[in-house]
Design a binder for this molecule. Structure first.
Ligand SMILES: N=c1c2ncn([C@@H]3O[C@H](COP(=O)(O)OP(=O)(O)OP(=O)(O)O)[C@@H](O)[C@H]3O)c2ncn1[C@@H]1O[C@H](COP(=O)(O)O)[C@@H](O)[C@H]1O
Length: 131
């Protein structure tokens, strides 16, 4: 397993784009069959099902990281983050969004320090409150 960079960034984007296309093809309007497809089943049931899974998978990511802090296999983190990304992608598709929308937001944030952004946000909130 890599510590950083054995997978090229384009490969990462490609796999997310391919998965997004499969998820779109499983939508009810595209004829996805809940009897044959886990994604179709999730989309057919509506948001509550996949939103619950996102909450569960996020908790499992936290637990896998805490376990790794105590010597457990880091692959468990990868597996749980994959589950979280997958279910988050089902949510994106349901709401008519795609990985490129998230990538565009991350690109927009590139080079903006989180500390500066937070300070700016607080200043704007103070201004809006008339302080
Ligand atoms: N990447 C995934 C993927 N990751 C996880 N899962 C499924 O997500 C489900 C939930 O994971 P859990 O670990 O919580 O398992 P569980 O306890 O059995 O789940 P629940 O009973 O709570 O639903 C499992 O059934 C996994 O198989 C996935 N199912 C599908 N995909 C991708 O989606 C494509 C389309 O899948 P289908 O729609 O099933 O054809 C596949 O080819 C894959 O590329």
């Amino acid at each position: 397993m890599s510590d950083h960079d054995s997978t090229p960034a384009s490969g990462t984007a490609d796999v997310l784009d391919r998965l997004a296309a499969v998820i779109d093809a499983r939508k009810p309007a595209a004829g996805g069959d809940p009897g044959q497809s886990y994604v179709a089943r999730l989309l057919h049931k509506g948001p509550d099902g996949f939103l619950k899974k996102i909450g569960e998978e996020a908790t499992e990511v936290v637990m896998a990281c805490k376990d790794a802090d105590h010597g457990a296999d880091r692959q468990k983190i990868v597996n749980e983050v994959a589950d979280l990304w997958f279910h988050s992608m089902v949510a994106l598709a349901h709401y008519g969004l795609a990985p490129r929308d998230v990538a565009a937001e991350l690109a927009r944030r590139e080079g903006t320090s989180g500390i500066e952004e937070k300070a700016l946000r607080k200043a704007q909130a103070r201004e809006a409150a008339g302080d």
